[in-house]
Structures are given as C-alpha cells and as structure tokens.
Write a protein that binds this ligand. Structure first.
Ligand code: M6R
Length: 609
C-alpha cells in the first residue's frame, strides 16, 4: 500500500522526507509528494511517477521548513496523476494530509460537504476526508477535536498524517486497521506507515493502537483516544535491520503478503459494500445490465485463471447464468462463436498481461462488453476495459501471487451474489447470510495463519520430493490448481493438479511411495467421492494430506495429515482452503533454500507472449 511519513524537528523536512520515502520505494508506488509547513503556509510539491522526478521538481521550489509530511501513492481511487497524488488539501490550504487506506463512505461525505460549499478537484477518496477534517477544524479550531469528530464519521481503513497551517511544528496522525508508528529522535519526531522509513534516524518507536490519534510537537509524541483523552504509551526499540524491516519482519515478501490477505479481502469487499448492500453501479453492473446478460466469459492467465475456475462454480450455482472460463492465451487464437450479449470478465493482478490484454481486445472486436478485475489502477487493461472492478490487494511484490488471488476471489463472489440477487435467485435472508459469511473470512484467514507452524513441519518431509499431486472436485479442483501452481513455481517440485475423478484415467500410474497427494475436500456432497480417490492414492503408497473444514472427519483415520480450516459457506471455501496450500509451497521452497520472491524464469508481470 501507500507509504506515509511525517517529520518535525530541527532539520530541513524535505530532505528527511525524501530519504525516508526512498526507503519505501520497494513497496511499489505510482506517484509521490511532500508538504512542508513554514510561517503559516503549507507548500506542496507532488507528481505522478518516480521519486527522482519529485526530487528534481523540489529543486525548483522553496520548500524551506522543519515540519512536513510525505507520501508514496499506490492508486486505488483515481488514476495515477499529479492531481490525485498526495498530499491533498482543503480549499484554503489550512489542512493538508496524506492518507493510506480506503475511505469507504467518501461519496456520502462529498455529498454532504458539497452542500456546505466545498468543491472537489481530485478523483480520490482522501480529498473527502481531508475536507471533512477541515470542516470540523473550522468549527473547533483544535486539531484533536476536529480529528475525533471526523474519524467518528469516516468508514473504512485508514492512516492519516496531517498538517494544520496555523500549528507550527506540529504533525498529527490517526489510524484505523492500517499501521502507523511514531519514532522518537533527539529533539525530533517522526510518523511512518513502515518502520523502514525512519530506521536511519531512530530505532526508538511507539506503536499506535487501532483508533488512536497522535501529535508530534516540539520533538515530543503524544497519544489520544477517539474521545480526545490522552493515553500513555511505552517506547519500544526496533531490533530489525533495514532489510527485514521492509518485509515487515517476515523473511520474504511472499510471507508478508500471505499475512496481508485478511486485509486485502476486507478492503476489496468494503470498496463495494455500502449501507448494508453490494453496490456495483460504478462498474456498470446495474440491475438492467444484469438482467440482459446471456452468459459470462471469464478470461485470465495463471492464478487469475484459477480464480476464474472458482468463479465459474460460484456464479453458475448462485445465479444460474452460464459461465465459460478461458485461458487468455487460448482464447485469443481460437475461432469460436461469441455472443454479443455476453459479458467478458478479464481477471489480472497487473492489468498488463499480454495474453489477457489481447483476449480483451478480441472480445471488443466481437462487440462484447468487458469488465476488468484488476489490481493495478491505471494499467492498460484497466484503461481499455469498459468498466473496472479494482481489487484492493495493494502492491504485490512477490512473483507468486497470494493476496491478489484472494482479493480477486472476493470480487467474483460479490459479482456472483449481485447477479443472483438481481436474477431473483436469492431472497433477502440468503443475501444477507452470504454477505455475513464474506465479512467473516478475514478473521478465519488469520485463524489459519496462526496454525502455520504445523505446515512448516509437514513441508520439511518434502524437501527432497520430486513429484506431487493436488486433487479436488468442482471448487476444490480449482483450489487444487492454485495450490499446485504455488508449489511448483517457487519450490520447483513438479506438481500437478488433477480433477480427482480423472485419476483413474491415467495419472494414478504415477503414484510412488511417499509422494505428496494433497486432497482439497470442502464440498459435503463430494466428500465420499474424493475420499475414494485419496484412498486409491494411499493404497499405492501416497502420503495423504487433506484440507477439509472443521467437523469433517472423513479420512481422519486413513489420512497421514488432515489440516482443518474454519467452516464457511461452501461457495467461499476457496478463500480458506488455499491458505494452507500457499504455506506448503512457501515452506518447501524455504526448506530448499530457494529465492522465494523471485523464482527462476518467472516475471511478476508477463507483458510479452
Ligand atoms: O498479472 P496477472 O494477474 O494477469 O498475471 C497472471 C499470471 O501471470 C499470474 O497469476 C501468475 O500465474 C502468478 N505469478 C502465479 O503466482
């Protein structure tokens, strides 16, 4: 996600901010900016593009001052541009802020403030929040009171760092569900979204709790709760070196991103869930458009295709609308009948995958409307698609996708529910029950991650393995495909996903003693079917590893290991069953001492054929 910084002390803020932001570059960003407060004026310099461009721009500006804020932006609301870059300001520049996260109710806030005469110049959700804080600041003339009032109204997850024009030497911050730390230096203090940004200046930090407000003033740091009461807090010493700080203390970006999945799921859902309802009007899935749909083509590559495979089951089962899934590299060269009344959904993390882009253009040539499920705002597919559902995974650095996959699943579930609702296939109670289940997924993902240690021990058995099978049926087959890809792409252990019923048609001849045979088993009506396939593998010497929901005791005596995931609605089990499989791939790769984040021969974004 975006990188955030605040500084007050005796040094020139612009220098501290630029070198701190440089330490956040690894996270990925599309624009950057700083603001410096001096003599009641706040000077902002920002631009789309790299930090070097910002540095060059700053050369030509007067940014003298020892108090300021900085930001690297990863676009979520609004394309990467100079205007949408942070900091953003209130109309008279009295409040200037940088923001990480998503203001879910920004439209409502904008509407209310427009009624009070506020005008909006950017496409961002952040601007609504800045102007709301400004609105209360004008009434209260007190940053703390303005912040406490504003954050009572702001929905979503956020971390703000702010300057108030008439508060010399002060930087303010607030957080909810996203990290913010305060650093204590000698006569200086810092705020940062990420400890790596300030490690070069201090290792003494305070960790803000959720829903806390912080003030930097005169080199000191003070904390408040959302009622405005002061809170004591203990200073901690950071023991990480700069490299592990970038990875949030994890050994690899992949593991960090695995742990960001709960947040990615929550934010992706939060972006389209307003006032108790799923709202897809912004992506042109209006009730009218849905009722005219004849069928859906979902087109993608790699893990995104595996999401499509899950989506096919979920959409068809919930809504009854036929879904055809296509590998983009095949779709683009096939001559087949295409239906103008269909919707083509292109799933892509990067939004730049060459095959997916070509497939989308082919759909356009056939007069078919396209919807992109995309993570990178402003990417080519996002720009060319007729409409875009942005996933809120944030920048993904590891080549092996994890959090983007999880966010894409949520986008598909939401679309499936909405199609089903509009087509009259869900009554209100079922609609609400499904939504509640999605809302519980983040917590359940974290529960699974708490059990990671046991998977590390199992993975150690397969450090010298040569082959593995992943079996499943229906949704579980789709999950098996992703689990198998995770294993092979980072650990180089040859693995195949097989629709369990196909085992007897050939693959079963490959089973050898001790071979990992992972079975995904989350669909009650298929428990016994897959159990038989797993027993066939066991009787030929396979090591039987099962992923199934708590309460399922099928194969509990026969399997070599059963990993239980929390229960959820059967349409959403992929979101949970994939987590242990991601961890298995990760731990085998680590045990083999491989470069987990940059596996050989692979690129994060496949922009060539
Ligand atoms: O950026 P995209 O989602 O279009 O990328 C598609 C595939 O290249 C990608 O999912 C790939 O399979 C992953 N690296 C697998 O972890």
């Amino acid at each position: 996600m975006c990188g955030i910084l605040g500084y007050t002390g005796n040094h020139q803020a612009s220098e501290i901010l630029l070198s701190g932001l440089a330490k956040l570059e690894y996270r990925g960003y599309d624009s950057a900016g700083i603001a410096v407060l001096e003599n009641g004026n706040i000077k902002v310099v920002k631009n789309k593009g790299r930090l070097q461009a910002l540095e060059a721009k700053i050369q030509g500006e007067d940014v003298t001052g020892t108090c300021g804020i900085g930001h690297t932006r990863w676009a979520t609301h609004g394309v990467p541009s100079d205007t949408n870059a942070h900091p953003l300001w209130s109309d008279d520049m009295s409040v200037v802020a940088v923001h990480n996260g998503i203001v879910e109710n920004y439209r409502e806030i904008k509407n209310t403030l427009s009624g009070y005469g506020y005008r909006f110049y950017s496409q961002t959700d952040t601007e609504a929040a800045v102007k709301l804080i400004d609105y209360y600041y004008k009434q209260e003339n007190d940053p703390l009171k303005a912040l406490t009032r504003a954050i009572r109204e702001i929905e979503g997850s956020y971390c703000f760092v702010l300057l108030f024009h008439d508060r010399p030497g002060e930087v303010w911050g607030a957080r909810k569900d996203l990290p913010l730390i305060a650093g204590q230096g000698e006569d200086e203090a810092f705020l940062a979204s990420d400890v790596s940004a300030i490690l070069q200046y201090t290792k003494q930090v305070y960790y803000l709790d959720n829903m806390e407000i912080v003030q930097l003033k005169g080199g000191l740091v003070r904390f408040f709760d959302t009622e405005g009461y002061a809170k004591p807090k203990e200073l901690s010493e950071v023991t990480w070196d700069a490299q592990s700080a970038e990875k949030g203390g994890f050994d690899h970006f992949m593991m960090k991103e695995i742990h960001e999945q709960a947040r990615a799921v929550k934010d992706t859902f939060g972006a389209v869930y307003h006032s108790g309802k799923i709202d897809l009007t912004e992506i042109n899935l209006t009730d009218e458009a849905i009722s005219k749909l004849s069928q859906i083509y979902i087109i993608a590559c790699g893990s995104a295709y595996h999401v499509a495979a899950v989506a096919q089951y979920v959409i068809e089962d919930l809504s009854g609308i036929p879904v055809r899934i296509e590998l983009a590299s095949e779709f683009r060269y096939r001559n087949m009948p295409l239906d103008e009344n269909a919707l083509a959904v292109i799933i892509s993390q990067s939004g730049e995958t060459a095959d997916s882009l070509a497939a989308m253009r082919k759909a356009h040539e056939h007069g078919i409307k396209t919807l992109g499920i995309i993570n990178v705002v402003g990417s080519t597919i996002a720009r060319e698609a007729d409409s875009v559902f942005y996933t809120m995974a944030g920048p993904e650095i590891s080549v092996a996708t994890t959090k983007a996959y999880s966010a894409q699943l949520i986008a598909c579930y939401v679309i499936a529910i909405q199609l089903a609702k509009v087509r009259g296939k869900l009554d209100d109670a079922r609609y609400e029950a499904l939504i509640t289940e999605i809302q519980k997924l983040p917590e359940k993902i974290d529960e699974i991650l708490d059990e990671a240690g046991v998977l590390k021990r199992i993975a150690a058995r397969f450090v010298n393995a040569r082959n593995a099978f992943y079996l499943g049926r229906n949704i579980d087959y789709a999950v098996a495909m992703e689990g198998s890809l995770k294993m092979k792409e980072i650990s180089y252990l040859h693995s195949e996903a097989i629709a369990a019923g196909e085992m007897k048609h050939g693959p079963i001849s490959l089973i050898e003693k001790g071979m990992l045979v992972a079975g995904v088993m989350t669909q009650k009506n298929l428990y016994q079917k897959i159990a038989s396939n797993m027993l066939e593998a066991k009787s030929r010497g396979g090591y039987i590893f099962i992923v199934s929901p708590r309460g399922c005791d099928v194969l509990k005596d026969e399997a070599d290991f059963v990993f239980h995931i929390p229960e959820t609605d059967e349409h959403f089990t992929a979101s949970l069953a994939v987590i242990p499989l991601q961890l298995m791939g990760y731990y085998v790769a680590v045990a083999r001492k491989l470069d987990v984040d940059k596996p050989r021969n692979l690129a994060k974004s496949v922009t060539v054929e």
